[in-house]
Design a protein around this ligand. Structure first.
Ligand code: PEP
Ligand code: MN
Length: 262
């Protein structure tokens, strides 16, 4: 299989844009369940929580680890949501598959590493789970596409990308500069690949989320991933960019998300 064979069937099954929401990091079973309970299931189809967190600097919270898989399982059982988590190596991939996590995403710090991508791709061989590839931290479109090629070559069909912006030394209002033209080039070259925007990591502050999300919809992205926390200011990672489930709903309503045929 090649990336030309990827199709949008898996995302077209939703009658609204795909919304993935939940905390940057799972912190406790109580926190995970409270956020899930407060999310409006009419708007959010997939619950995200990072349990393995590749952090830029040592000493930061690196995730609760495999125990969090049980909490995501409870979210699925009790709220009927699909679940998503980040995987960064073969053992994460194996455990996530064992626990029937529906969406696996590859973080910006892994997409940048061809050996990591290859190892992950091989450990997901022929999976029918959805696999989403975040752009690499650096503005290198070929690395991003290379990651997709490695996954497609292993027979993984339900693929998509997440645009989360790029590191830059230039000061700007963004935490990660969106450099929309890079994502749009990918979209132009591969219109068959679903593209999701991550306004939380692009913006880095909660005030920017709605304008970035609107921009993504203006550019006809297929969905959004937005970090959502029951107590954003106290979050153990990415506190400044997280919003409450109630604020998320307001933003989504303002984006006037409609059914495709409306
Ligand atoms: C995340 O989604 O919490 C995350 C760590 O993202 P990124 O890989 O985009 O930095
Ligand atoms: Mn985060």
């Amino acid at each position: 299989m090649s990336i030309r064979d990827i199709n949008q069937d898996w995302i077209n099954q939703f009658d609204k844009p795909l919304i993935i929401a939940g905390p940057c990091s799972a912190e406790s079973e109580k926190q995970v369940m409270e956020i899930a309970e407060r999310l409006d299931k009419d708007y959010v189809q997939v619950y995200r929580a990072g349990i393995w967190k590749p952090r830029t600097k040592p000493g930061s919270f690196e995730g609760v680890g495999a125990i969090g898989l049980n909490w995501l399982r409870r979210v699925k059982e009790e709220f009927g949501m699909l679940t998503a988590t980040e995987i960064a190596n073969a053992s994460h991939a194996k455990l996530a598959l064992e626990f029937d996590i529906d969406y696996l995403w590859i973080g910006a710090r892994s997409t940048v590493n061809p050996f990591a991508m290859q190892e992950i791709a091989e450990s997901l061989r022929d999976t029918d789970k959805v696999v989403l590839v975040k752009n690499p931290v650096n503005p290198d479109l070929d690395l991003w596409i290379g990651g997709l090629e490695r996954l497609a070559a292993q027979g993984i069909k339900k693929l998509g990308v997440i645009h989360r912006g790029f590191s830059s030394n230039n000061k700007s209002k963004y935490r990660n500069n969106p450099q929309w033209q890079i994502a749009l080039e990918l979209k132009d070259r591969f219109p068959n690949i679903p593209i999701i925007c991550d306004p939380s990591h692009i913006g880095g502050t909660r005030e920017l989320i709605s304008e970035i999300a609107q921009q993504a919809f203006n550019l006809e992205y297929n969905g959004l991933m937005i970090e959502t926390h029951c107590n954003p200011d106290e979050a153990w990672s990415d506190a400044k960019q997280q919003i409450t489930p109630e604020r998320l709903k307001e933003i989504l309503v303002d984006l006037t998300i409609r059914k495709k045929n409306d």
